[in-house]
Design a protein around this ligand. Sequence first.
Ligand code: G6P
Length: 369
Amino acid sequence: EMLEKGGFDHFMLKEIYEQPRSIKDCMRGRIYPEEGKVQLGGIKEFAEKLKNIDRIIIVACGTSWHAGLVGEYLIEEYARIPVEVEYASEFRYRNPIITEKDVVIAISQSGETADTMAAIEMAKERGATIFGICNVAGASIPRLTHAGVYTHAGPEIGVASTKAFTAQVTVLTLMAFYMAQQKGTITTSKLIELLTELDHIPEKIQVALESNDLVKEVAEKIKDSTNCLFLGRGSGFPVALEGALKLKEISYIHAEGYPAAEMKHGPIALIDEEMPVVFIATQNSSYEKVISNIQEVKARKGKVIAIVTQGDTEVKKMADYCIEIPDAKEAFLPLLATIPLQLLSYHIAVMRGCNVDQPRNLAKSVTVE
Ligand code: G6P
């Protein structure tokens, strides 16, 4: 088993460290930075249809649903197509309005999640075109969908999803650019710029992984907490949700992800000196707003752990601990900001003596509803 873990103590840690490679694999043959072009062979036959779609509905569960929220942000930003992100388990039991002009994107690491499969079947009956984003080739979901794009992250053994999540986000980024290209909502020069940077994201993830020792120190400080809040804005919000999910899944610390501005409508009541609050405070369009949210937490003596852009000075003046990630365009921040959060939950869980790879009560894929 040690051999399978490639020298790492747990599959989860191995999979976290595989991300520079898995993201590269996911992009291979799909991006052409010099030409400013994205090619997605799996959905190519629908290229024409993409010019005229009214709406995209993303259905998924768990971590895959969080990837969907990042996708919403990216598709709306670049392709200007309205997106709804639905929990498959809720969607399937509503009477949703679906038309033949809708595209449903089902996201699933395993390709076997029962609720996601049922949501696909329902949308299909109502005439929608279904795309899949899956990690397991030949699984049930890729067989049910009309077309799709594999994430190519390789087998994921740890129950808590890590490399599959970042690969899903990568595919959604490529889909957003592909749709933008089809619809003409992006210029070739803009795509050249974005793809050139995306091409270097694996190296930046490698740099983000270098925060491991510091993250471990932070983990030591907050490992005995009973609660933890994760706050972010914009595309930092789904990152916060995913950070909280990882922590509760494997360390059993109660954690909640929230949009930072919503904090004052509830979670702020929980803040005292015992409460660690993890902020996604990277330099992007919501940076100044996040800073004022950090001040609100500090004023109530909360412990602030901030994920910041390399070289940040503002947040450093306020936060108890800062973990740096390389600078990147806003579109790519979720891929980088997720890395220290994965490491943080991993170290906390190990320190608490939890079974990291197989947390209690959880299954890698939920094939019953
Ligand atoms: C389970 C797993 C999660 C996963 C979710 C959805 O809860 O433990 O890691 O995110 O199912 O699974 P899927 O395979 O559809 O992405």
